[in-house]
Design a protein around this ligand. Structure first.
Ligand code: FDA
Length: 305
């Protein structure tokens, strides 16, 4: 019910105008999104880097439906990488991209070619790329594209979602040396046939996946704001003798910044996921709609310091 309300709001241009101009909105947007342009992205990246944090930048442009849009999004990433290098913000900053923004829903090959061009530009800029993971109908295609990209760009990172029943197997596949895996709980509304439904089951699955990645040979990226998950990850890092440069924590821009600072001060690598771009409205609405718990998630962030 709540989900369909927010999905409908995400598609409504009338609602967009209303929400975009409401006095409270600017505060919400600037708390979670760097801004609309590359200059905003660079400004926020520079501040975070100055605070000792690593960054991954996401140009907002998912659900691309035309080849022109996909090419324009790819070009935005090329510009961003050039600017990051020019500003001396690499390797502190890397980029995250959604294959759907690269045209995955139109043609897998197009998405691969665009992602490949971005990987090449990232190498040129001295940094890396991580492929975001979207709904479960795209998982196979995304992992296939990842495997292709890693042949020439082995540092390309993947995202695995603990709520998917298949993910323990994917973690085993991707826990080899050189592999970079961001482990998150998962943000989409998925059917019971493919995903655990209760928060407890998802948390237990997260810890099973975490154990596989932390005991493996790859580079785990622990993406969660959950204090219990973070404490377990810190424990596993000690147990498996992982140095600070052998794994990292990741959190979204604007969520639990005090915890980001605490972890960084404790010597951990902490990477902040920073979205920017004109399509912030859809990003915020979809994040809330994808999983009703995200409503509380954003709400809590708004009222917390
Ligand atoms: P969850 O939302 O389950 O909350 C658990 C607990 O954490 C809460 O009870 C509270 O204690 C604490 N908490 C959470 N939010 C808080 C807040 N605002 N203030 C204070 N405490 C708070 N998803 C996906 O499907 N594909 C992807 O590619 C990505 N990429 C990604 C990158 C990064 C860097 C992050 C951090 C997340 C993603 N996600 C994602 C989203 C992810 O799947 C998930 O939906 C959110 O991170 C929420 O799950 P959490 O593990 O943070 O805890």
């Amino acid at each position: 019910m709540l989900r369909s309300v927010f999905l409908a709001a995400a598609r409504s241009s009338r609602m967009e105008r209303l929400i975009s101009t409401a006095p409270v909105t600017k505060g919400i947007v600037t708390r979670f999104v760097a801004g609309t342009g590359v200059d905003d992205a660079l400004r926020v990246t520079s501040t975070l880097a100055g605070d000792g944090l690593a960054i991954t930048l996401d140009y907002l442009g998912e659900d691309t439906l035309t080849a022109e849009q996909a090419t324009a999004t790819k070009d935005q990433y090329l510009t961003l990488l050039k600017e990051l290098k020019g500003a001396g913000l690499t390797p502190a900053a890397e980029v995250s991209l959604k294959l759907s923004a690269m045209g995955q829903k139109i043609d897998d090959r197009m998405a691969y070619e665009h992602a490949r061009a971005i990987c090449a530009a990232a190498v040129e800029a001295g940094t890396t790329v991580t492929l975001d993971m979207e709904d479960h109908t795209t998982t196979d295609s995304t992992l296939e594209i990842l495997a292709e990209l890693r042949k020439d760009y082995p540092s390309t990172g993947a995202v695995l979602q603990a709520y998917l029943r298949r993910t323990e197997g994917d973690c085993r596949e991707l826990s080899a040396a050189g592999s970079r895996v961001r482990l998150c709980k998962g943000a989409y509304a998925e059917p019971e046939s493919v995903a655990y439904q209760s928060a407890l089951d998802v948390d237990k699955a997260y810890v099973r996946c975490l154990n596989i990645l932390m005991s493996g040979e790859g580079y785990p990226m622990i993406a969660s704001h959950d204090p219990r998950i973070i404490a377990i990850a810190e424990d596993r890092a000690r147990w498996f003798d992982r140095r600070p440069d052998e794994f990292e924590f990741q959190m979204l821009y604007g969520i639990r910044p005090e915890e980001q600072a605490r972890l960084a001060a404790a010597g951990h690598t902490v990477r902040v996921y920073v979205p920017y771009g004109d399509e912030w409205y859809g990003y915020l609405m979809r994040r809330i709609a994808e999983r009703p718990a995200n409503l509380a998630f954003f709400g809590k962030a708004l009222t917390s310091k």
